[in-house]
Design a protein around this ligand. Structure first.
Ligand code: BGC
Length: 646
């Protein structure tokens, strides 16, 4: 059996079966379309009708909620064997051709199937498009289609592949993750999200989380920047849902959904988990208190801008998102007159076990970052693109006084600082007063394997045990924290982190590589890249099914290499590297796009090589340790670490 979902023609599925008999015999071969799709969230189709002719078989379906037409068309070819009997079975949602075929060692039978899927989201007449695709496929034949598919993949791997020499297991696990991140991402459009569980599962409704910008996007930003642009444009196109969410909850601006649907509307139910002992639903507040997704999107836009220099994107789409998010943050914050500072209360940070907390460090720093970027975009836009500025200001009714408010909030927003004695940042107000224990100790208190550890009365709630990287995630995003601060926080939070989310091991790997805990980074790398290979993540929590491919972890695999082991960061106008390699790895190589220039980077334990493509428009400033090199088009640099201070 060989089959592929064509990467060259996204509407085409092709498969080939060859059946060979060791002795002559008659086999039953059934081929067709089975429309009995199982849906996690209840019946998805309002109607599903088999249609067929001599030439094609098909299934016409309509979804219940949005009345979207989905047309599946297929045709097939049988070669070899002797057909003894043929029946067509056409039942509710099934259209199957049944053959009895005589085969022998000399006469194997080959079945080739061409199937096309179109929806009314893709085209006006999905049935016609599907039929045309199948017709074209039949005309070109299996081998040509396979070659086209492979050629397209080659161009993607050419920019996306990361090579690890010396450890075949890490290499294979890494590629598995890169592949999953690629196939889960609707690279061809700016109107679809990356589902947090990819294409493999219906959990989380195929919708976007903060995973999309923080975990999936960076790999595309540095390998296929146009895909990163699509991902961010998707957020522009779903602004209306984010605005509505803010309005419904009594705020202004754009409050992006925790689980973002078709128009950006919130899909996250208020009752997400249930108490496994009583069976009663738990009112979780992911949807109304987990506010950091909005500044996270702004963070991703800034990263995109720094890596590409694409100011046009900011003018066209980014500015409106950024201003609306700044507005929301200002309306969400509280000004404490007695302390002369803004605080952000009643939130959840990335650690979802602790809901209803005040001044979560991650959230507050992200908010300050977003406000500060909003201010600089506002100033530049007004100056350099006055007519576009007036258009957006008029569209969203922006007042100059609002920008003064953002600036005020930015200056006076409370940010939990590292403690002057032990350098640790408190995850949120009162965190250190909670019971100090570890996930291992806590686990002994479990009565039911499926019980939910978090809010309001899970076993972790009154303790310092975090579900996932929180303060450490913050430190990965903001290099303003010195290594000694990161190290102190790593040492403190690591034993208290359960890694109950697939987003967590990668964050610890990146931080560990930065502070020189290289073998620990390697252990986390293995943990992060095998989540789906070994299926180590829990598929159910608090009675809710959350299984499937963990696409955020897949995207983060790339980050562990580039931001972690290669230690890459962006600064003003240069790329900074601080490479380290685990014992087993001999060399790591990857491709990078930076401001329209393509580079290949490889590093060993002794040196780093950076090569610039002939076609590059500019030279790129690269800092390796304390060594700064300028790499012009077509040239390369080798930096021996020697006694470099890395
Ligand atoms: C994690 C979130 C994540 C979501 C979707 C949850 O378990 O805690 O951070 O966004 O899964 O992947």
């Amino acid at each position: 059996v060989e089959r592929f979902a064509s990467y060259d023609d996204l509407h085409l599925l092709v498969q080939k079966y060859i059946v060979r008999g060791e002795e002559p015999r008659t086999i039953e071969l059934h081929t067709g379309i089975d429309g009995r799709v199982w849906s996690l969230n209840g019946e998805h189709f309002r109607a599903c009708k088999p249609v067929g002719s001599e030439e094609y078989l098909g299934m016409e379906c309509r979804t219940g909620e949005f009345d979207i037409s989905i047309d599946v068309m297929g045709s097939y070819v049988i070669e070899g064997g002797t057909i003894e009997d043929h029946r067509l079975r056409c039942e509710d949602r099934e259209m199957i051709h049944e053959y009895s075929i005589r085969i022998s060692p000399e006469k194997p039978v080959t079945l080739i199937q061409y199937v096309s899927v179109f929806t009314s989201n893709d085209t006006e007449d999905p049935k016609k498009s599907a039929r045309e695709t199948v017709r074209r496929a039949q005309r070109l034949g299996y081998q040509v289609l396979k070659d086209e598919h492979k050629k397209r993949w080659d161009t993607v791997w050419d920019v996306s592949d990361v090579r690890i020499d010396g450890d075949i297991f890490s290499q294979a696990a890494l590629r598995f993750n890169l592949y999953q991140n690629i196939i889960a991402t609707p690279a061809h459009t700016d109107t679809l999200p990356i589902g947090a569980r990819g294409l493999s599962c219906q959990a989380y409704q195929g919708a976007a989380f903060w995973d999309q910008e923080m975990f999936n996007m960076p790999m595309f930003l540095f390998t296929q920047p146009e895909v990163a642009r699509n991902i961010l444009t998707y957020r522009y196109k779903t602004l209306s849902g984010a605005r509505e969410k803010a309005r419904n909850l009594g705020y202004t601006g754009a409050f992006y959904a925790w689980i973002s649907g078709k128009t950006g509307e919130e899909l996250c139910p208020s009752f997400f988990f249930k108490d496994v002992f009583t069976g009663r639903p738990i009112h979780n507040h992911f949807n109304d208190w987990q506010i950091h997704v909005s500044p996270d999107i702004v963070y991703a836009i800034k990263l995109y801008y720094e890596a590409t220099g694409d100011w046009e994107f900011i003018v066209r789409y980014g500015a409106e998102i950024i201003f609306e998010v700044a507005r929301f943050l200002w309306s969400r914050a509280h000004f404490k007159k007695d302390k002369n500072r803004y605080e952000i209360i009643r939130v959840l940070g990335p650690d979802e076990y602790h809901e209803n907390v005040d001044n979560n460090g991650f959230t507050n720093y992200q908010c300050r970052f977003a406000l500060s970027f909003a201010e600089s975009v506002y100033q530049r836009l007004k100056k350099e693109n006055p007519s576009e500025y007036y258009l957006v200001a008029e569209k969203i009714g922006l007042e100059g006084t609002e920008v003064d408010d953002w600036c005020d909030m930015q200056r006076k927003l409370y940010l939990p600082e590292p403690d002057p004695h032990n350098r640790i940042i408190e995850q949120f107000d009162g965190f250190f007063d909670l019971e100090d224990t570890t996930p291992e100790q806590l686990e002994r208190r479990i009565l039911d394997n499926h019980e939910y550890w978090g809010w309001p009365n899970g076993i972790a709630v009154e303790t310092q045990v975090s579900k996932q990287a929180d303060v450490i995630q913050l430190m990965n995003l903001h290099p303003l924290f010195e290594k000694k601060v990161v190290r102190a926080n790593f040492d403190y939070y690591e034993p208290r982190t359960q890694h109950g989310s697939s987003l967590s091991p990668s964050a610890y790997a990146i931080a560990a590589a930065r502070i020189g805990y290289i073998e620990k980074a390697y252990t986390y790398f293995k943990e992060g890249t095998t989540i789906d290979l070994w299926s180590t993540a829990k598929a159910e929590s608090g009675g809710t099914f959350i299984g499937g491919i963990h696409t955020a972890a897949c995207g983060a695999a790339w980050q562990m290499i580039v931001f972690g082991f290669a230690g890459m960061r962006l600064a003003e106008d240069e790329l900074i590297f601080e490479p380290v390699l685990p014992e087993l790895w001999e060399k790591v190589s990857f491709t990078l796009f930076y401001r329209g220039n393509r580079l290949t980077v490889s590093f060993t334990k002794e040196s780093m090589y950076v090569t610039a493509y002939e076609e590059n428009p500019d030279s790129v400033d690269v800092r390796i340790g304390c060594n700064i090199v300028k790499i012009g088009p077509g040239s390369h640099e080798i930096v021996q670490y020697g006694d470099l201070r890395l």
